[in-house]
Design a protein around this ligand. Structure first.
Ligand code: C2O
Ligand code: CU
Ligand code: CU
Length: 511
């Protein structure tokens, strides 16, 4: 009999395609596309809506929760040490029902880690879940052996594993989440996601809203079964053998219940002051077009990798999976009693609403949003040494009777390197979507968007340093990217997690 350990390893490798699969990539691989709506889109997002069987609460009846900040277990001169146990827990998400989650420290979202720029952060993860896990710090400039490579998993019997983060990077809103090969979608869906913030002196000196008025908001969608458990259409609910989801959801799983920090359509009491909200779309497949109904608009101060040079006003914000928008919302023009609703103009019915702010008290406010926020280096065409093109498509290959997702016609193979940038080099990458919406994320190296959909500008939502860029079906982005930090093998992939699990991922190696 196979040992539990061997079964885990097998489970972790089931996605590695049998040799010979490549024979069916390309040409006839499209045969299955379309069967089961594999390229479907709903509500502005690649995917299909999965309806809850449990009754969902009336919106804006439950108070917003803010994930607790994790305390280091020890510190020394240059390093903060943390410990996290990944485990199952039953929590009340829908009033009166219990939902089993898989959580970092048994909570969803996981605890927030707050690092200081330049101080090393070491996080020891223990796995008490019945599946392999891999932890990725999204947005982290991390050495390859600590980046949570999809096959670099932690098993329960491994007794814990240290992830070391240098934190030699700007203040920014990062997040950590599961990255296990072939099963990232269901494992994140069950709750494996948390914030990891980096702070620095330069940002603190600005006088932006802080303390209780600096709030991370993790926005995501879920669907619930009648007993309160998460509904997710896994082919293999044990998550040990066959990856993937059933037919109509292969383009993405869209839930009908919007949660912010794990609470359905929450309400937050605010004062007549400025607030900083760190918006993260942690959904598997859903994109949002956010708007403050009855409110003052967003002042964007930061993007994926920290502060913009100057604030930008937006009436609406398009936020794709894994993107972060750091915004200030100024409630000072409001009166006690006013209600401002964060809505999703891509949604309909329940998914058109996200959360509500209720102005409940007057408060004086000495925070500011300076006209100049940061000196931000601009990458230049003149530095580009290599240009590469990558086309992302649903289809082009299949396995296990499922349509795969591909990068330049090939499904992910952990052993294949598609690009070998030199350490320190700046490259131009042209990234295209052949069909369906794809938010494309590149590990290690942040980038700047210089062209979008045929225009020579980044578009309204791609300012600053980014690590994820949103592509519409048929869309195109041109980015400048500098590969510094570490040599080694990293992935880039679609952050629609169902697409990622269907192998819309590739390796680059910094040499
Ligand atoms: Cu947020 Cu490779 O992931
Ligand atoms: Cu990442
Ligand atoms: Cu995709």
């Amino acid at each position: 009999m196979l040992s539990r350990r061997a079964l885990f390893r097998l489970g972790g490798a089931a996605l590695v395609l049998p040799a010979g699969l490549s024979a069916c990539s390309g040409g006839d691989g499209g045969a299955l596309i379309g069967a089961g709506g594999a390229n479907s889109s709903e509500e502005g997002s690649g995917g299909a809506l999965l309806t809850s069987e449990a009754p969902l609460p009336a919106p804006f009846t439950v108070a917003l929760a803010v994930p607790p900040v994790l305390r280091p277990v020890r510190k020394d001169a240059g390093t903060d040490y943390y410990e996290i146990t990944q485990k199952a827990a039953k929590v009340e998400i829908l009033p009166g029902l219990r939902t089993e989650i898989w959580g970092y420290e048994g909570i969803f979202p996981g605890p927030t880690i707050v690092s200081r720029r330049g101080r090393r952060t070491v996080v020891t993860h223990r796995n008490e879940l019945p599946v392999p896990v891999a932890v990725h710090l999204h947005g982290g400039r991390t050495a390859p052996e600590h980046d949570g490579y999809p096959t670099d998993v932690i098993l329960p019997e491994d007794g814990g594993r240290e992830y070391v983060y240098a934190m030699e990077q700007r203040a920014a809103t990062l997040w950590y989440h599961d990255h296990r090969m072939d099963f990232t979608g269901p494992q994140v869906y069950r709750g494996l996601a948390g914030f990891h913030l980096i702070q620095d002196d330069a940002e603190e000196a600005l006088g932006l809203p802080s303390g209780k008025r600096d709030i991370p908001l993790m926005i995501l969608d879920r669907s619930f079964a009648a007993d309160g458990s998460f509904r997710y259409p896994s082919v293999d609910p044990t998550l040990m053998k066959t990856p993937g989801v059933t037919g109509p959801y292969m383009s993405g799983v869209l839930g009908d219940c919007i949660l912010v920090n794990g609470t359905p359509w929450p309400v937050l009491d605010v004062s007549t002051a400025r607030y900083r909200f760190r918006l993260l779309n942690a959904s598997n497949a859903r994109r949002y077009r956010l708007r403050l109904d009855g409110g003052p608009g967003f002042i964007q101060i930061g993007s994926d990798h920290g502060l913009l040079p100057a604030p930008i006003k937006h009436e609406t914000l398009d936020i794709a999976q894994a993107e972060r928008f750091d915004v200030v919302v100024d409630f000072s023009g409001h009166r006690v009693g006013d209600e401002i609703t964060l809505v999703n103009d891509h949604g309909s019915g329940g998914t058109a609403q996200v959360m509500r702010f209720r102005v409940t008290r007057q408060e004086s406010d000495d925070s500011v949003v300076p006209d100049r926020l940061a000196d931000v280096e601009t990458l230049s065409d003149a530095d580009v040494t290599v240009e590469r093109e990558f086309t992302f498509a649903r289809g082009g290959a299949h396995a296990h009777g499922m349509t795969l997702s591909t990068v330049n016609g090939k499904p992910f193979d952990p052993e294949t390197i598609v690009a070998r940038p030199e350490l320190g080099a700046t490259e131009r990458w042209i990234i295209r979507s052949q069909n369906v919406e794809h938010p494309i994320h590149i590990h290690l190296a942040p980038f700047q968007v210089v062209g979008k959909d045929g225009n020579d500008d980044p578009g309204p939502f791609n300012h600053g340093w980014k690590d994820t860029v949103n592509l519409d079906s048929g869309g195109r982005a041109e980015i400048l990217i500098r590969f510094d930090g570490y040599r080694g093998k990293y992935v880039f992939h679609c952050h629609n997690l169902e697409h990622e699990d269907m192998m819309m991922m590739a390796n680059f190696e910094v040499v």
